[in-house]
Design a protein around this ligand. Structure first.
Ligand SMILES: Nc1ncnc2c1ncn2[C@@H]1O[C@H](COP(=O)(O)OP(=O)(O)O)[C@@H](O)[C@H]1O
Ligand SMILES: Nc1ccn([C@@H]2O[C@H](COP(=O)(O)O)[C@@H](O)[C@H]2O)c(=O)n1
Length: 517
């Protein structure tokens, strides 16, 4: 099984990922965005690719600056990634590194950059799949061993001197920009930047500039301006950036998808038979409704149960649910010798990787059950919240185990997806889509939950993802939309805001709050 490591992809409030800083010397810009709204249809299929902008121009013309200004100007637009072509310089031999340190290596020829890899990573990210991009050090003149995991961008800005050079790259862009800058200004900026940030001397920068940078600009970079939709000046470019941002915002609005409204319009009759709480079907697996199980649910539903009892019985129920989920995993025969020196024919798990992913924060109460059954399991998390304005779910935070972050592992990984209940199903839907984007196979996803609302989004999940197995302990009849008052202290006194929420009935109330508060 694979390692423990998990990676925080998104800061909850900082969705802009700036990867142009491959020299690791610049500070990341702190920008906020709203998170990612649904990128898929109610049939579960990806609907809109990320919007991709390619920015080319000479070295130090201001490509990164333009990219950052666009991000700033877009403000509240969903998750944005700046992907720099600098990260894709090829790995160098010892000999090439020596030449590089002596300013005798041509980094400005298109062959210095791994174009197919850049195009492949960009294509994955554009198509909503995860990617792991290389990290390059300008100080060491070398690609580092570690990579950077990326997923979930709604807008991607790809920038680099050769960003418009390759036809396979140009085909990926929705908008192509060339930054046109005076050569004196580019040289002055490059000297200043390379000395400050890339550990170079003035003489070295000048030598490299005259030998390689300037000739390559004339032969390979400048000619690509003809492919640009917009040529932006390398300084005093605020008007151009405003126009570009307006265009992107319009494009994003046109792509906006009203997922929640559409799932509400879907007929549910055909699914009710299989969600009627009286029998199991192959996908929705209900724990056997024994008196013992009903006893547990009675304690959990009772608003007068102590918090201690609530936690104890949630943990017990979580273990029962996970044990049920374990029945779905393939096993193979295994022969052991017992202490009485007898051969015994048994079974062992026949899987490569398994991990848990909990949908925060209500999935948390199921984690203990998972850890009891699989003591060394890695558990990642996803944070999905409802946008107060649109009512759409937003993907705010992705922290997935390593065995999912890399596609070639993900295809062989079983995932126990954990959430306390399925009401409208919007969060579960987004979480399943996220796992599929990573290459996890649908029939390797087991969704484990305490409660399912019979008239809620379960039917949409079953229809869109027919191979995902759902294990639950109860199917509750009611789902009601209601307003709740949220109190928070700000300045003097308490302020209340009302928020619409869906309540499962009879349900157990807010399971996460009752468990953690
Ligand atoms: N419009 C601008 N106004 C002022 N300074 C700028 C502008 N564009 C770029 N710079 C400065 O020039 C230097 C190089 O810009 P950068 O965006 O890193 O270039 P590139 O990414 O094209 O190599 C940086 O120090 C940056 O702050
Ligand atoms: N080891 C390296 C690799 C590349 N360069 C120079 O970087 C320039 C491209 O980066 P920009 O951010 O300026 O677009 C390019 O002109 C290479 O000469 C380098 O100096 N050392």
């Amino acid at each position: 099984m694979l390692g423990e490591e998990t990676l925080d992809l998104y800061e909850v409030e900082e969705h802009h990922q700036d990867l142009s800083d491959s020299s690791q010397t610049k500070k990341n810009t702190v920008l906020r965005s709203h998170g990612r709204p649904p990128w898929y249809s109610e049939d579960g299929l990806p609907l809109s690719n990320a919007f991709v902008i390619g920015i080319a121009g000479g070295s130090a013309s201001g490509k990164t600056h333009v990219a950052r200004q666009i991000v700033k100007s877009l403000g509240s637009v969903p998750t944005i990634v700046i992907m720099s072509q600098d990260s894709f310089y090829k790995r160098h031999t010892e000999e090439e590194m020596k030449l590089a340190h002596a300013n005798r290596f041509d980094f400005d020829h298109p062959d210095a950059i791994d174009m197919p890899m850049f195009a492949a990573c960009l294509a994955d990210l554009k198509a909503c799949r995860q990617t792991n991009i290389p990290i390059y050090s300008f100080k060491e003149h070398q690609r580092l061993d570690e990579t950077k995991y990326l997923y979930g961008a709604a807008v991607i800005i790809a920038e680099g001197i050769m960003a418009l050079h390759d036809p396979s790259l140009r085909a990926l862009y929705d908008l192509k920009i060339f930054v046109q800058c005076d050569s004196d200004l580019m040289l002055a900026r490059r000297i200043s930047r390379d000395v400050k940030e890339r550990g170079r001397s003035v003489e070295g920068v000048l030598e490299q500039y005259l030998r390689y940078v300037k000739p390559a600009f004339d032969s390979f970079v400048h000619p690509t301006a003809r492919y640009a939709d917009i040529v932006v000046p390398g300084s005093d470019n605020t008007v151009a950036i405003d126009l570009i941002s307006t265009h992107i915002r319009r494009q994003m609005n046109e792509r906006a998808h009203h997922f929640r409204k559409n799932i509400a319009c879907r007929p549910i009759d055909e699914c009710l038979n299989s969600v009627n709480g009286t029998h199991e079907d192959s996908n929705l697996i209900l724990l056997s409704q024994t008196p013992q199980l009903q006893g547990i649910y009675t304690i959990l539903r009772d608003e007068n149960s102590s918090r201690q009892d609530f936690i104890f019985f949630v943990d017990r129920l979580a273990t029962l649910l996970i044990e049920k989920a374990m029945e779905l995993l393939p096993h193979r025969p295994k022969v052991v010798t017992t202490p009485t020196d007898t051969q015994c024919y048994g079974k062992e798990l026949d899987i490569k990787n398994i991990c848990g992913v909990s949908i925060l924060r209500s999935g948390g109460p199921l984690e203990k059950g998972l850890q009891r059954v699989l003591s060394d399991v890695t558990i990642g998390s996803l944070l999905v919240q409802t946008d107060g304005k649109t009512g759409e779910p937003l993907l705010l935070h992705v922290m997935l185990p390593k065995c999912i972050r890399e596609r070639h592992f993900a295809v062989d990984t079983w995932v126990f997806l954990l959430d306390a209940q399925v009401s409208t199903g919007a969060s579960a839907f987004m979480a399943i889509r996220t796992l599929l984007d990573h290459g996890v196979q649908q029939d390797h996803i087991v969704f484990v939950t305490f409660l399912v609302a019979r008239t809620g989004g379960i039917h949409v999940i079953k229809r869109a993802f027919p191979k995902v197995k759902i294990i639950c302990g109860s199917i509750d009849p009611g789902l009601r939309e209601t307003w709740i008052e949220l109190y928070h202290s700000e300045g003097e006194g308490q302020h209340g805001t009302a928020r619409k929420v869906w309540v499962v009935e009879p349900g157990m109330g807010h399971i996460g709050d009752r468990y953690y508060l």
